[in-house]
Design a binder for this molecule. Structure first.
Ligand code: MF3
Ligand code: CO
Length: 290
């Protein structure tokens, strides 16, 4: 760790003197250096101004999802959902982060039934009676990123599919109880995993959440099958997503060979996902995308 003179400006960019800003924090962090799991690097710790930026981006992000919630209908094509997302995001002064991201062709991901995530909106895919649908919206505003997704139930959804969607949403609350500074990120993933397994479902291993804020995808990678006491140390100012993918059947998945994006459950079983962007605060967490 770089040594800073106590009266010099703090490394976090707050403009405050180091001694009144992150000096005590650095001392505390030092005590964790001997542990075998990673510590957050300084670029992962957001200052007040950056948090405000991410908060504003998150406000747009939720407004877009609220707009989708108002307009989503049986019979609608997934391209129409994409249109809603593009229109609302840009109307509010934002940019849809997925558009052009590593070649992704649309403004959001729409994942129906056995599609786990990264479904590409299409003019030929229509929402049908009984579908469970994830709409994943990621927003850039003034250079700051936010990311969240929700499930929507179309028409008459079976009791067991409804249950999957509910339990997946509840798992976020279970994970959040573990989000506290100086705890390990692995505690959060373990709590979600235990909860999901208890309900007889499985959690996708290969795809996880991510740090976010100044970039779309930052460190750490966020697993939902992690072990307690492992993974990155949580500290105030970190921002990351919680976005478990929960399958009704086996946890195995495959990626569509043609489009190279769409992720399916291997056994064709239903999959659900909810996503929130979360800030680690001085004494716990704050959900930014609420
Ligand atoms: N919201 C997704 C995530 O959590 C976005 C995947 S990248 C995209 O990372 F290009 F497909 F949007
Ligand atoms: Co995400």
């Amino acid at each position: 760790m770089e040594k800073i003179e106590r009266n010099a400006p703090c490394w976090c960019g707050s403009g405050k003197k180091y001694k009144t800003c992150h000096a005590a924090f650095d001392d505390k962090l030092k005590k964790y250096e001997k542990e075998p799991y990673p510590l957050p690097t300084r670029d992962l710790i957001k200052n007040a101004e950056q948090i405000e930026g991410i908060r504003k981006s998150s406000k747009i992000n939720i407004a877009v999802l609220d707009y989708v919630a108002e307009h989503i209908r049986m019979g609608m094509s997934t391209a129409e959902i994409d249109n809603l997302v593009y229109r609302k995001t840009t109307e509010l002064g934002g940019i849809p982060a997925p558009l052009g991201y590593e070649g992704f062709p649309c403004s959001c991901c729409v994942s129906i039934n056995s599609v786990v995530c990264h479904g590409i909106p299409s003019d030929d895919t229509f929402l049908e009676d009984g579908d469970i649908v994830n709409v994943d919206v990621s927003t850039i505003y003034n250079g700051y990123f936010s990311d969240s997704s929700r499930m929507f139930l179309i028409g008459n959804v079976s009791e067991e599919a409804r249950r999957l969607v509910e339990v997946t949403e509840q798992s976020l609350q279970v994970g959040l109880q573990e989000v506290k500074p100086w705890k390990r990120l692995g505690d959060m993933g373990a709590a979600i995993h235990d909860f999901i397994r208890k309900h007889g479902y499985t959690v996708v291993k290969e795809i996880g959440g991510h740090g976010i804020g100044l970039e779309f995808h930052e460190e750490p990678w966020v697993s939902y099958i992690s072990k307690r006491g492992t993974e990155m140390l949580l500290v105030p100012g970190m921002v990351f997503t919680i976005e478990p993918m929960v399958n009704m059947g086996k946890d195995d998945i495959f990626i569509d060979e043609e489009d190279d994006w769409t992720v399916y459950t291997e056994d064709g079983s239903l999959s659900a996902q909810w996503e929130i962007t979360v800030l680690v605060t001085e004494d716990g967490y704050e959900i930014l995308t609420y």
